[in-house]
Design a protein around this ligand. Structure first.
Ligand SMILES: NC(=O)c1ccc[n+]([C@@H]2O[C@H](COP(=O)([O-])OP(=O)(O)OC[C@H]3O[C@@H](n4cnc5c(N)ncnc54)[C@H](O)[C@@H]3O)[C@@H](O)[C@H]2O)c1
Length: 254
């Protein structure tokens, strides 16, 4: 197996399904060893089996990104297993959509915790290893919702926050050979968008059709589309690309 991520170790949060799994697969296909954490144990087991059958090196562990101690421990374990973490992809995410007047404290807090605290926990845990080895690639998964989206006051705030986080890490860590960038997906077909369709009471194929009607390239996004942009930022050759946000949405967004 050879590829541009040969000898690299990638740590992907929420990587047992959807976009995170697509990212893990792409990096593994190009030679990376992948470590995936998630709270969904069943999906983790499936991904472990699938990747192993394909001949890819994979480490999986049930861990909650919101829990700093758990994240620290698992990062340490990955470093002792594989010797390093070169690429961090902060992908774990949830939605708790509601119009502002109906949004509960818990809807707000849970979304802030998973996206913001989760990304902070993982970035803080891996940075010391990246700084020591003078190399790292941090990629945070934002969203077109960062530009504002009805029913997503919590999620839009968190996803916009992740862009500020990305730019700050870019400034702080650049001198250690660590770049930090963000991918902001548009409409991607995953369990997350399926759950949104269910919540609004629309059949998923109708929901996809409706969303596609607003996308210039006239199709929906797939996890591979996001994985492609992540692979660009994760590439060693992208060392002069730092603190950027790329919207991967089938059309211009920002
Ligand atoms: N699907 C889209 O259209 C879309 C668009 C823009 C951004 N995004 C973002 O992309 C990322 C992946 O989304 P997806 O569509 O693949 O969703 P998904 O629900 O299929 O996957 C999210 C994964 O994160 C995991 N997760 C949730 N909370 C966690 C926690 N506390 N600790 C560890 N893992 C946790 C889930 O178990 C799941 O495996 C998210 O950050 C999401 O906000 C998705």
């Amino acid at each position: 197996m050879s590829g541009k991520f040969n000898g690299r170790v990638a740590f992907i949060t929420g990587g047992s399904r959807g976009i995170g799994k697509g990212v893990a697969l792409r990096l593994a296909e190009e030679g990376a060893k992948v470590a995936v954490i998630d709270i969904n144990e069943e999906a983790l087991n499936e991904v472990q089996t699938e990747f192993t059958e394909k001949g890819y090196e994979i480490y999986t562990k049930k861990a909650d990104v919101v829990n700093a101690e758990e994240v620290e421990a698992v990062v340490q374990e990955v470093v002792s297993t594989y010797g390093a973490i070169d690429i961090l992809v902060n992908n774990a995410g949830i939605i708790r959509d509601n119009m502002l007047f109906k949004m509960t404290d818990s809807d707000w807090q849970q979304v802030m915790d998973v996206h913001l605290k989760g990304s902070f926990n993982a970035a803080r845990a891996v940075q010391k290893y990246m700084v020591d080895q003078k190399y790292g690639r941090i990629i945070n998964i934002s969203s077109t919702s960062a530009l504002g989206n009805r029913g997503q006051a919590n999620y839009a705030t968190a996803k916009a926050g992740l862009q500020g986080f990305t730019k700050t890490l870019a400034i702080e860590l650049g001198k250690f050979g660590i770049t930090s960038n963000s991918v902001a997906p548009g409409f991607i077909e995953t369990e997350m968008t399926k759950a949104t369709a269910e919540r609004v009471g629309v059949d998923f194929s109708e929901f996809v059709k409706f969303n596609v009607s607003k996308i210039p390239v006239a199709r929906s996004g797939k996890p591979e589309d996001i994985a492609n942009a992540v692979a660009f930022f994760a590439d060693e050759k992208s060392s002069f690309v730092n603190g950027q946000v790329i919207y991967v949405a089938g059309g211009p967004k920002a």
